[in-house]
Design a protein. Structure first.
Length: 359
């Protein structure tokens, strides 16, 4: 990592700035771990489907895998964000159970469901209950570093291993070199984003205290749009929205104008772009931006020049992560702790009703 500029955040109790800046190195280390992990009984096995189960900062690993698999994989990749797996999961399914802490109750429930159905399971996890379950079940394990302050700062450590393992298993060919190229792109972006006056700082200034509505499309910009939303939620403790082209041209676009006097003061449109977007999507983005100019506070066209969908995804995610940190800093908000989520978890822990599949 290049010399990291001092954090501009007025408060950062968990070191979120430095952890966010470590994404390129984190990705590279995750590639190396996944390349070296023993595949065991997975070697040579044929699967007819893949399911990724996980929640929050861990669960987005499934969205990443699905987006990159869509144009490449010959078998479907599903994402399960809840307690149960889809009905089709069987002995011929490969399930990735992803949990940074290893103690996410929904993921533990889904992993036990996978075991009961005889599915092959890979656990991408830190120390915790999931690691113990994997050891008892003989599952392949890809360890996640335990020194990261929050699961959302483990984006590379969590999302890269399933991609590499599917490459090794012949489901996604040629992904390792694409990922290593993405590391270089992310490193160059990081070296700019940690400096004063960066693109992220300017975007955060323009968003200000409005609610960002982030537009993407199926593929890298769609995953990045979801990540922008959740990072603003957790880091800046602020509302954010996201939606996808071209679908939004069939519904959401009809909703602008009636309350323009309100939305003009409260919303900023952020359109995420990359060179590989479908030309008709590019045109739709342009038209929607023109449509919404008068009913939002600002329209931000945010582009990456990354030449592949893999690099574009990680590049746009990293940019959004820094935007969310600058939004937090502008309001004097500590980006690390998430007291609202901790309170929800504590309330659930005190609930008498047992959760199926979780001891």
């Amino acid at each position: 990592m290049s010399a990291l500029a001092p954090s501009p955040l007025p408060v950062d109790s968990l070191g979120m700035w430095g952890a966010t800046a470590s994404l390129p190195e984190q990705m590279e280390a995750a590639i190396d771990r996944a390349v070296e992990v023993d595949l065991g009984s997975l070697e040579g096995r044929r699967f007819d489907s893949v399911v990724v189960c996980g929640m929050g900062g861990s669960g987005i690993a499934g969205d990443v895998l699905r987006a990159l698999s869509w144009p490449r994989a010959s078998i479907p990749v599903d994402v399960a964000k809840g307690y149960r797996l889809p009905a089709h999961v069987s002995e011929s399914t490969l399930v990735f159970a992803v949990s940074c802490s290893g103690d996410t109750e929904e993921t533990l429930s889904a992993a036990r469901d996978a075991r009961e159905r005889g599915a092959a399971v890979v656990a991408v996890t830190g120390p915790g209950t999931l690691a113990g379950l994997a050891a008892d079940s003989g599952w392949t394990v890809v360890p996640v570093p335990s020194d990261l302050p929050q699961p959302r700062t483990a984006f590379g450590a969590l999302s890269v291993p399933p991609i590499v393992l599917l490459d090794r298993l012949g489901v996604l060919d040629g992904m390792e070199p694409l990922l290593r190229d993405a590391v270089g792109v992310a490193a160059r972006s990081r070296d700019h984003l940690v400096q004063p006056g960066s693109t992220a700082q300017e975007l955060a200034r323009r968003i200000g205290r409005t609610t960002p509505l982030v537009h993407g499309a199926p593929g890298p910009t769609g995953v990045a749009a979801l990540r922008w939303k959740t990072q603003v939620n957790e880091n800046a403790k602020s509302p954010a929205l996201f939606s996808l082209q071209p679908e939004l041209c069939h519904n959401e676009a009809a909703g602008w104008g009636q309350h323009g006097d309100v939305t003009r003061q409260t919303l900023t449109l952020v359109a995420l772009r990359y060179p590989g977007e479908h030309p008709r999507v590019a045109r739709r983005i342009q038209l929607v931006e023109q449509l919404m100019t008068e009913v939002v506070g600002d329209v931000l066209d945010v582009r990456t020049d990354a030449s592949t969908d893999v690099a574009a995804l990680f590049d746009l995610v990293l940019l959004g992560d820094f935007v969310s940190l600058h939004l937090a800093g502008a309001q004097g908000v500590d980006p690390g702790p998430v007291p609202a989520l901790a309170e929800l978890k504590a309330s659930l822990a005190g609930w008498a009703e047992p959760v199926e599949g979780v001891s």
